[in-house]
Ligand binder design. Structure first.
Ligand code: PGA
Length: 251
Protein backbone atom coordinates (compact mmCIF):
# COMPACT_ATOMS: atom_id res chain seq x y z
CA UNK A 1 0.00 0.00 0.00
CA UNK A 2 1.42 3.39 -0.96
CA UNK A 3 1.79 5.62 2.06
CA UNK A 4 2.24 9.37 1.55
CA UNK A 5 5.32 10.43 3.48
CA UNK A 6 5.10 13.02 6.25
CA UNK A 7 7.77 15.46 7.35
CA UNK A 8 6.77 17.06 10.65
CA UNK A 9 8.70 19.73 12.53
CA UNK A 10 8.62 19.64 16.31
CA UNK A 11 9.65 23.14 17.31
CA UNK A 12 9.58 22.30 21.03
CA UNK A 13 9.78 25.42 23.26
CA UNK A 14 11.37 27.59 20.58
CA UNK A 15 10.15 30.59 18.54
CA UNK A 16 8.37 33.76 19.51
CA UNK A 17 5.43 34.62 17.23
CA UNK A 18 7.46 36.77 14.82
CA UNK A 19 10.08 34.01 14.46
CA UNK A 20 7.36 31.42 13.96
CA UNK A 21 5.78 33.52 11.27
CA UNK A 22 9.08 33.83 9.39
CA UNK A 23 9.96 30.15 9.74
CA UNK A 24 6.50 28.84 8.83
CA UNK A 25 6.36 31.33 5.96
CA UNK A 26 9.65 30.05 4.53
CA UNK A 27 8.47 26.43 4.80
CA UNK A 28 5.18 27.39 3.14
CA UNK A 29 6.93 29.13 0.22
CA UNK A 30 9.08 26.06 -0.35
CA UNK A 31 6.20 23.58 -0.07
CA UNK A 32 3.61 25.55 -2.00
CA UNK A 33 0.61 23.39 -2.84
CA UNK A 34 2.56 20.11 -2.90
CA UNK A 35 0.86 17.31 -0.96
CA UNK A 36 3.75 14.85 -1.08
CA UNK A 37 5.28 14.71 1.41
CA UNK A 38 2.67 16.04 3.81
CA UNK A 39 4.40 18.84 5.70
CA UNK A 40 3.42 19.71 9.27
CA UNK A 41 4.91 22.27 11.63
CA UNK A 42 4.28 22.11 15.39
CA UNK A 43 5.09 25.41 17.13
CA UNK A 44 4.57 26.12 20.82
CA UNK A 45 1.00 27.17 21.72
CA UNK A 46 1.77 30.89 21.80
CA UNK A 47 3.12 30.82 18.24
CA UNK A 48 0.32 28.78 16.70
CA UNK A 49 -1.72 31.75 15.50
CA UNK A 50 1.28 33.30 13.75
CA UNK A 51 2.26 30.01 12.10
CA UNK A 52 -1.28 29.23 10.99
CA UNK A 53 -1.55 32.65 9.34
CA UNK A 54 1.81 32.18 7.63
CA UNK A 55 0.96 28.83 5.99
CA UNK A 56 -2.57 29.77 4.98
CA UNK A 57 -2.15 29.73 1.22
CA UNK A 58 0.04 26.60 1.16
CA UNK A 59 -0.41 22.87 1.79
CA UNK A 60 1.55 23.07 5.06
CA UNK A 61 -0.42 21.90 8.10
CA UNK A 62 -0.01 23.03 11.68
CA UNK A 63 -0.11 20.88 14.80
CA UNK A 64 0.07 21.24 18.57
CA UNK A 65 2.76 19.56 20.68
CA UNK A 66 0.33 18.29 23.32
CA UNK A 67 -3.34 18.63 24.31
CA UNK A 68 -5.73 17.71 27.08
CA UNK A 69 -8.59 15.27 26.52
CA UNK A 70 -11.45 17.32 27.96
CA UNK A 71 -12.93 20.08 25.76
CA UNK A 72 -12.93 22.62 28.60
CA UNK A 73 -13.04 22.79 32.38
CA UNK A 74 -11.12 23.61 35.53
CA UNK A 75 -7.76 22.27 34.32
CA UNK A 76 -5.36 25.14 34.93
CA UNK A 77 -2.55 25.33 32.44
CA UNK A 78 -4.02 22.87 29.95
CA UNK A 79 -5.08 23.41 26.33
CA UNK A 80 -7.79 21.19 24.82
CA UNK A 81 -7.82 19.43 21.49
CA UNK A 82 -10.97 21.35 20.65
CA UNK A 83 -9.13 24.63 21.23
CA UNK A 84 -6.32 23.55 18.92
CA UNK A 85 -8.73 22.40 16.25
CA UNK A 86 -10.75 25.61 16.41
CA UNK A 87 -7.58 27.62 15.99
CA UNK A 88 -6.72 25.73 12.81
CA UNK A 89 -4.55 22.80 13.94
CA UNK A 90 -5.09 19.53 12.09
CA UNK A 91 -2.38 17.54 13.88
CA UNK A 92 -1.15 17.03 17.43
CA UNK A 93 1.97 15.35 18.81
CA UNK A 94 1.15 13.02 21.70
CA UNK A 95 3.40 11.29 24.20
CA UNK A 96 6.70 12.84 23.12
CA UNK A 97 9.53 11.42 25.24
CA UNK A 98 10.17 14.86 26.75
CA UNK A 99 6.56 14.93 27.96
CA UNK A 100 6.94 11.42 29.34
CA UNK A 101 10.26 12.29 31.04
CA UNK A 102 9.59 15.78 32.43
CA UNK A 103 5.81 15.92 32.71
CA UNK A 104 5.02 12.34 33.72
CA UNK A 105 2.94 11.56 30.66
CA UNK A 106 1.90 7.89 30.58
CA UNK A 107 0.56 5.51 27.93
CA UNK A 108 -2.80 5.82 29.69
CA UNK A 109 -2.94 9.61 29.30
CA UNK A 110 -1.71 9.34 25.71
CA UNK A 111 -4.52 6.86 25.04
CA UNK A 112 -7.15 9.28 26.40
CA UNK A 113 -5.73 12.15 24.35
CA UNK A 114 -5.50 9.95 21.26
CA UNK A 115 -9.17 8.99 21.47
CA UNK A 116 -10.17 12.63 21.92
CA UNK A 117 -8.03 13.84 19.02
CA UNK A 118 -9.56 11.19 16.76
CA UNK A 119 -13.09 12.08 17.83
CA UNK A 120 -12.31 15.67 16.80
CA UNK A 121 -11.05 14.51 13.41
CA UNK A 122 -7.46 15.51 14.17
CA UNK A 123 -4.38 13.50 13.19
CA UNK A 124 -2.40 12.42 16.26
CA UNK A 125 1.32 11.74 15.97
CA UNK A 126 1.94 9.17 18.69
CA UNK A 127 5.54 8.98 19.95
CA UNK A 128 7.19 5.83 21.22
CA UNK A 129 10.80 4.82 21.77
CA UNK A 130 13.30 3.34 24.16
CA UNK A 131 16.00 4.99 26.29
CA UNK A 132 19.69 4.13 25.96
CA UNK A 133 19.56 1.95 29.10
CA UNK A 134 16.61 0.06 27.72
CA UNK A 135 18.31 -0.48 24.34
CA UNK A 136 21.49 -1.67 26.02
CA UNK A 137 19.46 -4.08 28.15
CA UNK A 138 17.87 -5.47 24.94
CA UNK A 139 14.46 -4.18 25.98
CA UNK A 140 13.66 -2.13 22.88
CA UNK A 141 10.94 -4.44 21.56
CA UNK A 142 9.36 -4.93 24.97
CA UNK A 143 9.29 -1.17 25.65
CA UNK A 144 7.84 -0.30 22.26
CA UNK A 145 5.27 -3.11 22.51
CA UNK A 146 4.06 -1.85 25.89
CA UNK A 147 3.82 1.72 24.57
CA UNK A 148 1.93 0.76 21.40
CA UNK A 149 -0.44 -1.52 23.29
CA UNK A 150 -1.13 1.11 25.95
CA UNK A 151 -1.49 4.05 23.58
CA UNK A 152 -3.66 2.17 21.05
CA UNK A 153 -5.83 0.37 23.59
CA UNK A 154 -9.48 0.22 22.56
CA UNK A 155 -9.02 1.75 19.12
CA UNK A 156 -10.75 0.33 16.05
CA UNK A 157 -8.81 -0.34 12.85
CA UNK A 158 -10.58 2.60 11.22
CA UNK A 159 -9.36 4.89 14.02
CA UNK A 160 -5.85 3.47 14.01
CA UNK A 161 -5.53 4.20 10.30
CA UNK A 162 -5.99 7.92 11.02
CA UNK A 163 -3.06 7.99 13.42
CA UNK A 164 0.65 8.43 12.75
CA UNK A 165 3.30 6.71 14.85
CA UNK A 166 6.66 8.36 15.50
CA UNK A 167 9.43 6.00 16.56
CA UNK A 168 11.91 8.16 18.41
CA UNK A 169 14.72 6.35 20.23
CA UNK A 170 15.28 8.64 23.22
CA UNK A 171 19.07 8.28 22.91
CA UNK A 172 18.93 9.78 19.42
CA UNK A 173 16.88 12.88 20.30
CA UNK A 174 18.88 16.07 20.22
CA UNK A 175 22.12 14.13 20.64
CA UNK A 176 23.33 14.03 17.05
CA UNK A 177 23.31 10.22 17.34
CA UNK A 178 20.94 8.89 14.72
CA UNK A 179 19.78 5.31 14.67
CA UNK A 180 21.31 3.81 11.54
CA UNK A 181 18.75 3.29 8.77
CA UNK A 182 18.95 -0.46 9.40
CA UNK A 183 18.51 -0.06 13.17
CA UNK A 184 15.52 2.20 12.65
CA UNK A 185 13.97 -0.02 9.98
CA UNK A 186 14.22 -3.02 12.29
CA UNK A 187 12.08 -1.27 14.92
CA UNK A 188 9.71 0.26 12.34
CA UNK A 189 9.08 -3.17 10.89
CA UNK A 190 8.51 -4.53 14.41
CA UNK A 191 6.00 -1.72 15.09
CA UNK A 192 4.16 -2.45 11.86
CA UNK A 193 3.99 -6.09 12.94
CA UNK A 194 2.44 -5.06 16.27
CA UNK A 195 -0.10 -2.89 14.46
CA UNK A 196 -0.86 -5.76 12.06
CA UNK A 197 -1.61 -8.04 15.01
CA UNK A 198 -3.99 -5.46 16.46
CA UNK A 199 -5.56 -4.00 13.34
CA UNK A 200 -4.99 -6.50 10.52
CA UNK A 201 -4.22 -5.21 7.03
CA UNK A 202 -5.10 -1.66 8.04
CA UNK A 203 -1.59 -1.55 9.53
CA UNK A 204 -0.17 -1.30 6.00
CA UNK A 205 -1.71 2.17 5.69
CA UNK A 206 -0.45 3.59 9.01
CA UNK A 207 2.46 5.99 8.64
CA UNK A 208 5.43 5.35 10.94
CA UNK A 209 7.85 8.29 11.18
CA UNK A 210 11.40 8.16 12.46
CA UNK A 211 12.60 10.85 14.86
CA UNK A 212 15.95 11.50 16.50
CA UNK A 213 18.62 13.72 14.93
CA UNK A 214 17.11 13.66 11.43
CA UNK A 215 19.24 16.02 9.34
CA UNK A 216 19.49 16.91 5.65
CA UNK A 217 22.41 14.53 5.20
CA UNK A 218 20.79 11.41 6.71
CA UNK A 219 17.12 11.98 5.79
CA UNK A 220 17.13 10.46 2.32
CA UNK A 221 18.60 7.15 3.42
CA UNK A 222 16.30 6.91 6.43
CA UNK A 223 13.22 7.72 4.35
CA UNK A 224 14.13 5.12 1.73
CA UNK A 225 13.65 2.27 4.21
CA UNK A 226 10.58 0.13 3.56
CA UNK A 227 8.75 1.00 6.79
CA UNK A 228 9.98 4.56 7.37
CA UNK A 229 7.28 6.91 6.16
CA UNK A 230 8.94 10.22 6.94
CA UNK A 231 10.32 12.00 9.96
CA UNK A 232 9.54 13.93 13.10
CA UNK A 233 12.28 16.53 13.13
CA UNK A 234 13.35 18.61 16.12
CA UNK A 235 16.53 20.69 15.89
CA UNK A 236 16.75 20.69 12.10
CA UNK A 237 13.15 21.95 11.81
CA UNK A 238 14.08 25.29 13.41
CA UNK A 239 15.91 26.52 10.32
CA UNK A 240 13.95 26.69 7.09
CA UNK A 241 17.06 25.83 5.09
CA UNK A 242 17.62 22.47 6.78
CA UNK A 243 13.92 21.62 7.17
CA UNK A 244 13.24 22.32 3.50
CA UNK A 245 16.13 20.04 2.55
CA UNK A 246 14.55 17.28 4.62
CA UNK A 247 11.23 17.89 2.84
CA UNK A 248 13.11 17.61 -0.44
CA UNK A 249 14.63 14.30 0.70
CA UNK A 250 11.11 12.90 1.19
CA UNK A 251 9.95 13.80 -2.31
P1 PGA B 1 15.81 16.09 17.22
O1 PGA B 1 14.40 15.95 17.96
O2 PGA B 1 15.54 16.02 15.73
O3 PGA B 1 16.36 17.40 17.64
O4 PGA B 1 16.64 14.94 17.66
C1 PGA B 1 13.40 15.09 17.50
C2 PGA B 1 12.19 15.17 18.41
O5 PGA B 1 12.36 15.36 19.62
O6 PGA B 1 11.04 15.02 17.95
Amino acid sequence: MARTKIVAGNWKMYTLPAEAQALAGAVASFTGGSLSPEVVVCPPFTSLVAAIAAVKSSAVKVGGQNMYWEDEGAFTGEVSGKMLLTLGCSHVILGHSERRQYFFETDFSVNSKLKKALSLGMTPIVCVGETLDQREANQTEQVVRTQIEGCYDGLTAEQAERTVVAYEPVWAIGTGKTASPAQAEEVHSFIRGLLRKKFGNTAEGIRILYGGSVKPDNARELFSQLNIDGGLVGGASLKAESFNKIIEAAR
